[in-house]
Design a protein around this ligand. Structure first.
Ligand SMILES: Cc1cc2nc3c(=O)[nH]c(=O)nc-3n(C[C@H](O)[C@H](O)[C@H](O)COP(=O)(O)O)c2cc1C
Length: 221
């Protein structure tokens, strides 16, 4: 490993921006990674990649990066549309050179296994663009974190922080993310309690927005 400082770019793929779990997870890495090894940068992937300014900014910073961390939520079993659009745009415009890529997915369902296919999409993107895929992390029950900094999220995120610390160690050593890190990426709350809590949060929001009892409404019936 040489002593050259590398450019690390964190891409946040959640439309919720800095209020997202994706941001909490990615920002923890930026805050805790050794700044002698990495110069860090972050972009919230813009919702509209039609504007020249947004496109130029994204591709310039991706081109500068030696290591890219994508942190994204699962939307209908895939990365959100903003991420897919960004993948397509980057693939068409990237200056190919050695780069590393990792992806951190989080989802609303209790089980992280639903994230698997979206991680494969991220891996395919890395390989298509000549990047070295260093692996991914998947977190279920992601709605619990909801944009709170991990440092302020209490004991509940202890294992998540351990998993991210293992990831940081691997990145500093230029190594693949160890499988143990992904296995450790868990929130210690029983599935039934999580479902109960999330259902009640959704109910509360529906009442607050005058939508209670209208869950099943759809424009086609
Ligand atoms: C439009 C939409 C689609 C979603 N689809 C899924 C899904 O297919 N599977 C799942 O587990 N969670 C799904 N979720 C829940 C999010 O993945 C979950 O709330 C996640 O923690 C949000 O992360 P973020 O705060 O980083 O955006 C969906 C949420 C939205 C808004």
């Amino acid at each position: 490993m040489n002593n050259e400082v590398k450019n690390l770019l964190l891409l946040i793929g959640s439309p919720k921006g800095d209020k997202s779990t994706s941001n909490s997870l990615g920002q923890y890495i930026l805050d805790n990674i050794n700044k002698d090894t990495f110069k860090t940068d972050k972009i919230f992937i813009p919702g509209e990649l039609t504007k020249e300014k947004a496109k130029n900014e994204l591709i310039t910073r991706v081109n500068d990066a030696d290591l890219i961390i994508l942190s994204y939520p699962l939307y209908v079993d895939t990365p959100p549309a903003v991420v897919i659009k960004a993948f397509e745009f980057i693939e068409d415009n990237l200056e190919i050179r050695p780069r590393k890529f990792i992806a951190i997915g989080n989802c609303g369902y209790p089980k992280a296994s639903t994230i698997k296919d979206s991680q494969q999409i991220c891996k395919n993107f890395a390989e298509q663009t000549g990047m070295d895929w260093l692996g991914g992390l998947s977190l279920g029950k992601g709605a619990i974190i909801m944009g709170k900094p991990l440092e302020k999220s209490g004991f509940m995120v202890n294992k998540v922080k351990k998993a991210l610390n293992l990831t940081i160690n691997a990145l500093v050593k230029n190594e693949k993310i160890p499988k143990t890190a992904d296995e450790m990426m868990k929130l210690p709350i029983p599935d039934w309690l999580y479902v109960f809590m999330v259902n009640n949060i959704m109910r509360y929001r529906a009442i607050k927005n005058g939508a209670y009892g209208k869950y099943k409404n759809n424009p086609y019936s």
